[in-house]
Design a protein around this ligand. Sequence first.
Ligand code: HSE
Length: 410
Amino acid sequence: MAKIAIMGCGVVGGGTADLLTENRERIKESCGEYLDLKYVLDVRDLPDSPYRDLIVHDVAAIENDPEVTVVAETIGGVRHAYDYTVRLLKAGKSVVSSNKQLVSEHGAELLALAREHGCRYLFEASTGGGIPVIGPLSHDLSQNEILEISGILNGTTNYILTRMKGGGVGFETALSEAQEKGYAERDPSADVEGTDACRKIAILAATAFGKLIAPSRIHTEGITAIRQSDVAAAASVGAAVKLLGRAIRRGGECFVLVSPFFVFADCPLSHVDGVYNAVSVTGNYVGDVMFYGRGAGAKATASAVVADLVEAATGKGATPVWETADESFPTAFGSFVCPRYLSFSGVDRNAVRVVFGDVEFIRGAEGEIAFLTPAQSELECADAIARLSHGGGQLLSMIRVYESGERPEA
Ligand code: HSE
């Protein structure tokens, strides 16, 4: 009988313990043996938890127990999680993680440690909650060159944007609702400033391209500057504002970014609402594939953690190699080309046309001039904004417009 430990008994750790208990017989069918939960590591005693008798406070209890072969790390953050994961992998124990910060910052090193010590490091739950996406990218789509991954990777911000679009609910109220439902990070600035989505696109890009880009090097914008009038302007042209993580190969260039986008109704991503996440993957053979489901919450995330525990316990599967990306990867963001929505005050249509060329004027907020630009690079757009500002204009909003990239021939 294999013994399991869980480190961190919060939303995800608690859900994982519940699923291990509920699915005990089903897991035995998959693994050929029971997976018994032996320890739950937490700083708290949790006297009201059904797992209170399993609580330990020192990771050494797990590290030094030869019966424990697989451990779930659901602590989050890097401070303790990194140290504990390194110790357990060095002790030859497989570690399964829902910790996107740890995987996005140290995944290359932790995968190398797992290979060196003959164990596994798995992290399906780190990205997209319960949605299987790392597994399909690693296995089912592995014979494709991945041309693009674009996804709604943060449930909290998608929930907020959906509530803002529906009308009547402001940013703060929607955020409080997301916190109450257990979707938001302990520090919700990681959600609304795009950091959480940035970590997830770093993990997906590494899975697809084999190179882990430090999250600090990924161009990241959140949703804190999005106004109700921007959401309304998008709706007036049949689009929704969505926070997207994107990793795109275009010829010899590769762009990785997190940013709000206008997504038009002909793209399925525009219809993904509430806490739901979706990841669209384009491969050079398979074409477009889309993964959709709950990106946060105890049960959905536990579903991915427990599947990884079962995989690690059966000893099947291989550990990938990730390099740490250097300065040459990804391509400098200044070359990223897309159309944009802009809203200005203090300018007229003629001035806009002189600077931006063939724009489409759309309905904006009272006293503002709103328009969609032709596709241009970040550097060209910044230059045009500076010229319009120099002429007395004040930029109020800039949101990129989503255009799907290269598509393979049918
Ligand atoms: N705060 C995250 C979200 C939780 O809202 O998507 C799942 O990673």
